[in-house]
Write a new protein. Structure first.
Length: 524
């Protein structure tokens, strides 16, 4: 079941974090919380994308934001739905809901348990959303899940008194076991693997990790079930033609990249849906959801060459290769033969994490790849008539301004159709966080929103060799130099001949202009 917004929802434009009275908490930490023993036998459950303003996700990119269905939250929703629970999913990320509207939704439905996903840049907003929930439904059980609270489970409970439980790593089985335990009336949760919780005296308990889900084909068929997807229009970097919906073929990543937290929640062992199952999902998207495109959201889609080759053959055989698609992968996981096969199966755009034109920096990031290998793969992709988005990280630990400039020159030489530039964002739990701290440039902050990888008005990491103001200078300069470079324009014009997408390109240009015209409002 899904909740349909009523006319009482209004546009939320203030951008302020929600405020509530701490005295409205159901019970202070350290006191027995009776709502845990009053859990009903047939609970109403809500999985809620937390309430935050658009700038919390998109910064200064106000003209061409994009929205994709939150697959992690929806996967848990589908699992609970399949198990027969009374569960709803509601998404506030479009920025058109206000506080009173959310309160009305909560009052109207009287949910007994509400789960919220937590990512680092939106963590403070999640905590404030929990305050709003607690003030509206004092007896509701509130829990968090996601990569941020998997990394920072104890800290998150300390920062958010409203939260009762944190589910670490994958949530399907842990949440079901938690619900059944609550239904039994017990307040002992020590047996539930993957759970972080408080005892009556306020002591925070970290139960052992739960084993990751072994067979993805056992998950319910139909990634999105009965959910309405019409409002989800991706960012122009993530689609070829609309409507496009995101899918995954795998969980887990074996690569040791120091800037990435993916393995923290999903593990390092690669687990795959069968090719047959993936094609079944694609048929549902095509014939039931009206999809014309796909975004394979896997972190390294072509990691297993034999697997994707079998998948491409089946996509072609079953006639779903007319769903033109984008994917994310590594430059050392493609070759001319595979790229040709990808094109035949419908691939028209690839997102490569290039990161740097300096081998020293690639080694710091533990990319396990050489600069010349990346350059060769980009050349092959141009020849395969597949467009590219390449992303780069500037001012990494150990870099000088000359090295930063070298990465910009390298990006211009590769001349993918699109490029994104970032400054280092060392997320807690990542090895890069430790490297930046040892480097002496990590700034401690309690404002998790400063981990947003757009604008960089007040970077979390300051490279001691470069300094804050020069880092901000190189960030803007990279975009300006890249998108005014004649070869970049020539590459884009050529791609229009064989790959269309002029409207998508216009959206991309508008997004870049928003970044270049942004002036910091930070007062620090």
């Amino acid at each position: 079941m899904t909740y349909k917004p009523s006319s009482e929802w209004t546009t939320h434009t203030s951008g302020n974090i929600l405020q509530s009275d701490p005295s409205l908490l159901r019970a202070p930490v350290g006191e027995f919380r009776p709502h845990l023993k009053q859990f009903p036998p047939d609970p109403k459950i809500l999985l809620l994308e937390p309430f935050y303003p658009p700038e919390a996700a998109w910064g200064s990119i106000k003209t061409e934001q994009g929205f994709i269905p939150p697959l992690g939250t929806i996967a848990v929703y589908r699992w609970l739905e399949e198990k027969g629970y009374d569960v709803s999913f509601f998404d506030t990320q479009f920025g058109d809901h206000d506080e009173e509207g959310l309160k009305n939704l909560l009052r109207e439905n009287q949910y007994n348990l509400i789960g919220l996903p937590v990512f680092t840049p939106t963590a403070n907003y999640v905590f404030e959303t929990a305050k709003l929930i607690r003030s509206t439904l004092p007896d509701c059980v509130i829990l968090y899940g996601g990569v941020h609270v998997t990394d920072c489970a104890v800290k998150s409970l300390e920062e958010s008194a409203e939260c009762d439980f944190i589910i670490r790593r994958e949530g399907e089985d842990t949440l079901v076991e938690l619900i059944e335990t609550l239904k039994s009336g017990t307040i002992d949760f020590t047996h539930i693997k993957g759970l972080t919780w408080r005892k009556d005296d306020g002591t925070i308990i970290q139960n052992p990790d739960r084993d990751l889900f072994p067979d993805l084909d056992e998950l319910p068929l139909g990634f999105f079930g009965d959910l309405d997807l019409t409002r989800y229009v991706p960012h122009p970097t993530q689609y070829v033609q609309l409507p496009t919906y995101n899918v995954v073929t795998q969980r887990g990543c074996p690569y040791p990249c120091t800037f990435c937290e993916a393995h923290v929640a999903l593990g390092k062992k690669l687990r795959l849906y069968s090719p047959k199952r993936v094609v079944e999902e694609l048929k549902i998207l095509k014939f039931e959801k009206g999809a014309k495109g796909l975004y394979f959201q896997d972190s390294t889609f072509t990691l297993n060459r034999n697997y994707v080759s079998e998948l491409f053959d089946l996509m072609i055989k079953e006639g779903v290769n007319d769903l033109l698609w984008s994917c994310t992968t590594r430059t050392d996981r493609v070759d001319p033969e595979l790229l040709a096969h990808m094109y035949e199966a419908g691939c028209r755009n690839i997102l490569y994490g290039i990161e740097s034109g300096n081998q020293q920096s690639l080694d710091v990031l533990k990319k396990n790849i050489k600069v010349d290998v990346q350059e060769k793969a980009v050349e092959w992709t141009h020849k395969a008539k597949i467009t590219m988005l390449c992303s780069y990280i500037l001012c990494l630990p150990g870099e000088t301004e000359e090295m930063t400039q070298n990465t910009i020159k390298y990006a211009k030489r590769l001349s993918s159709q699109m490029a994104l530039f970032y400054l280092p964002v060392p997320y807690p739990g990542s090895e890069l966080y430790k490297i930046c701290k040892e480097n002496g440039g990590l700034r401690e902050t309690k404002n998790w929103a400063e981990y947003l990888s757009i604008d960089f008005d007040n970077p979390v990491y300051i490279n001691p060799n470069i300094g804050k103001e020069r880092m901000k200078y190189w960030y803007k300069k990279a975009y300006f130099e890249y998108y005014t470079y004649p070869k970049t324009w020539a590459t884009n014009i050529r791609s229009l001949i064989y790959n269309g997408g002029i409207k998508r390109n216009i959206r991309g240009v508008n997004a870049v202009i928003s970044l270049l015209l942004h002036k910091s409002s930070y007062k620090g």
